[in-house]
Design a protein around this ligand. Structure first.
Ligand SMILES: *Cc1c(COP(=O)(O)O)cnc(C)c1O
Length: 359
């Protein structure tokens, strides 16, 4: 039996996709082998990766002057790839809205001057700072954000005013959750294990003029975007099976009629949970209303023992992975694209019952 899985990542995938993959496990479309067993240079795999890219381009409306790369190393390796490939003036502006933004910032400091132009650390990252008029240096190479903060449950609903500088966004935990205007970004990237597929794949959407040989000295061949772009993500063996599953998820989104529909569904699911939290006498959402994520919903009772009791009892009731991140405590429900609305309803019903029993 499958549980209600509220994990922040790796996280729930569409059941339909998992079943299809299971059906194709031993013999992918008459090839007599699993996708795990085939050459990444084979005709069958070439079709898989090309279709995945085209489907992603269709879903996100990616302009022709952007490259789509399927990479390895996780989002964390990309923290270094950004400065290595973009820090021509050795200067960049970082907006610190949580642990992932902070890690990216610290990584960038190894390569140049990474300036924290805004931060919400003063209130445990429970809000998004005003980014309408930041002090961005004239010679900054880019402005960096983590668009959805997985741990703290905040989201940039308005992109920062970058004063004309290139915007780089880590969208790991909000990838494909809503329509995006790709042209507003220089680079959009994310690890797929939150909202798109299995761990081991990073998708990067990069404006072509940023893909050059002019990288920082010492940049490894593999981490140079040009190497990957020139070889259509097949410079070496890519994470073949992961890309194949991502491709299936793209088709699943296409079938649901795209990102507008995905966003509407995500809003509906999140509203069920936030409405309950805002009316509860026991539970409380931790994020300012205007900055709330549709994907990650942290909440607390205000009493650590009661939080622990909730996590334990919810698990026994088949609601898994509701414990908050180890750095913040409390609870967190991650309700990504593939989380059925019934699971959110089941969570709220359980919270309601818990509230009655414990107040
Ligand atoms: C999970 C996560 C990361 C780290 O991803 P890895 O693939 O494990 O390196 C980075 N950024 C965000 C926003 C995340 O949610």
């Amino acid at each position: 039996m499958r549980v209600y899985n509220f994990s922040a990542g790796p996280a729930v995938l569409p059941e339909e996709v998992l079943k299809e993959a299971a059906d194709e496990m031993l013999d992918y479309k008459g090839t007599g082998m699993s996708v795990m067993e085939m050459s990444h240079r084979s005709k069958a795999y070439d079709t898989i990766i090309k279709e995945a890219e085209q489907d992603l381009r269709d879903i996100m409306n990616i302009p022709d002057n952007y490259k789509v790369l399927f990479l390895q190393g996780g989002a964390s390796q990309f923290f270094a790839e950004v400065p290595m490939n973009m820090m021509k003036n050795k200067k960049a502006a970082y907006i610190i809205t949580g642990q992932w933004a902070k890690k990216a910032w610290q990584e960038a400091k190894m390569y140049g001057e990474a300036i924290d132009v805004a931060s919400s650390a003063d209130k445990t990252f429970s809000y998004i700072p005003d980014c309408s008029d930041l002090d961005i240096p004239e010679d900054a190479d880019y402005v960096y954000i983590c668009e959805n903060n997985t741990i703290y449950g905040t989201k940039f609903w308005e992109l920062p005013n970058t004063k004309g500088k290139d915007l780089v966004a880590d969208v790991s935990s909000c990838f494909l959750s809503e329509p995006v205007d790709v042209s507003k970004y220089a680079v959009i990237y994310g690890g797929v294990q939150k909202n798109v597929g299995p761990a081991g794949v990073v998708i990067a959407i990069i404006r072509e003029d940023l893909i050059t040989d002019d990288v920082l000295p010492g940049t490894p061949t593999m981490l140079k975007w040009k190497t990957q772009a020139d070889n259509d993500s097949l410079y070496n063996t890519p994470p073949c099976y992961g890309i194949y599953i991502c491709g299936k998820v793209f088709k699943w989104i296409k079938k649901m009629v795209g990102l507008e529909a995905m966003k509407a569904l995500n809003e509906k699911k999140a509203a069920i949970l936030y409405d309950f939290l805002d009316n509860s006498k026991l539970f409380k959402a931790t994020v300012d209303k205007k900055d709330r994520s549709l994907m990650n919903v942290p909440f607390v009772t205000g009493n650590e023992e009661l939080d622990a009791k909730f996590v334990k009892e919810s698990k026994a009731a088949g609601l898994e992975n509701l414990k908050g991140h180890r750095s913040v405590g409390g609870m967190r429900a991650s309700i990504y694209n593939a989380m059925p609305i019934e699971c959110v309803e089941a969570l709220v019903a359980f919270m309601n019952k818990f509230e009655e029993e414990n107040s």
